[in-house]
Design a protein around this ligand. Structure first.
Ligand SMILES: [Fe+2]
Length: 269
């Protein structure tokens, strides 16, 4: 069984609270922890990842969310995370990894995703996220420039996912796909309802959604189970019989497990 949590925002917590959350995860007896982004911010991300991996004592598979780049830059943040994972055997940043085999026929892939300013009303929305102040690549841009950067970040995640799926689809009949941003409008719950056109540009990653739909349609016998977060409001959306998106709930200052993900028993000889 995998334990799944999203948007745990550990930078909002003191060390004993972070430890209590990690101990709770460990107490479930999970074989691994899956984190779908907004783990911390860039100043504390490395420390918090190491802390949680040490306490849970099982592999931690994760993607990064927009908050994980706050007070820094996407480029340098990614470099640091790559370096950290290279020396921390329990930590795997899925965005930079190949498919992780979990069982025969069951694999795990993941990409960060980004609110890619495509769905809803990206050119006219009045909403300005903190991302546009606290992430270097997004600061000091006008709407047109910023939306171009956001689309580029969404496209980068989509092309990583294409590469991962090309390798994984022929070999797996069930793929667990982790990403931070909901890839479809149908999976963008916000405060219990689907997002409106003002929020949707920043709450959805259309580029990743397009890749998932194409993969599901081209491989009808493979099941794609997507786990995401970002909007802090839970829900499940079935886009196809073989493509289901689970959006996890979250509350600032109160990290919890969004769900557990069952896996078939290990085959032993
Ligand atoms: Fe987020």
């Amino acid at each position: 069984m995998l334990a799944w949590a999203t948007d745990i925002h550990l930078d909002f917590l003191e060390a004993p609270e972070r430890r209590a959350f990690a101990e709770h995860v460990a107490s479930t007896g999970c074989e691994a922890l899956l984190l779908t982004g907004d783990i911390s911010d860039q100043r504390a991300l490395g420390l918090h990842l190491v802390e949680i991996a040490d306490t849970v004592g099982v592999p931690v598979y994760f993607v990064l969310g927009n908050h994980d780049y706050y007070h820094g830059a996407v480029e340098s943040g990614r470099r640091s995370v790559r370096e950290l994972c290279a020396k921390s055997p329990r930590l795997t940043w899925l965005h930079a990894s190949e498919v992780v085999p979990l069982r025969s026929g069951v694999g795990l892939v993941g990409v960060d995703g980004w609110g890619d300013a495509r769905l809803g009303a990206p050119d006219t929305t009045p909403i300005l996220l903190n991302d546009f102040r606290y992430i270097e690549e997004l600061a000091w841009l006008d709407t047109k420039e910023r939306n171009a950067v956001l689309r580029g970040l969404g496209d980068e995640s989509a092309s990583r996912l294409v590469a991962q799926l090309e390798a994984a689809l022929p070999a797996y009949e069930r793929l667990i796909v982790a990403t931070h941003i909901p890839p479809f409008a149908e999976a963008c719950w916000h405060e219990g309802a689907l997002s409106d056109d003002q929020w949707l540009p920043f709450f959805s990653c259309a580029a990743v959604g397009a890749v998932l739909l194409e993969a599901a349609d081209a491989h009808p016998t493979t099941t794609l189970e997507v786990y995401c977060g970002h909007t802090h409001s839970p829900g499940v959306a079935a886009l196809r019989p073989n493509l289901v998106v689970h959006t996890g709930g979250a509350r600032y200052g109160h990290p919890c497990l969004a769900d557990t993900i069952s896996l078939p028993p290990r085959v032993t000889r």
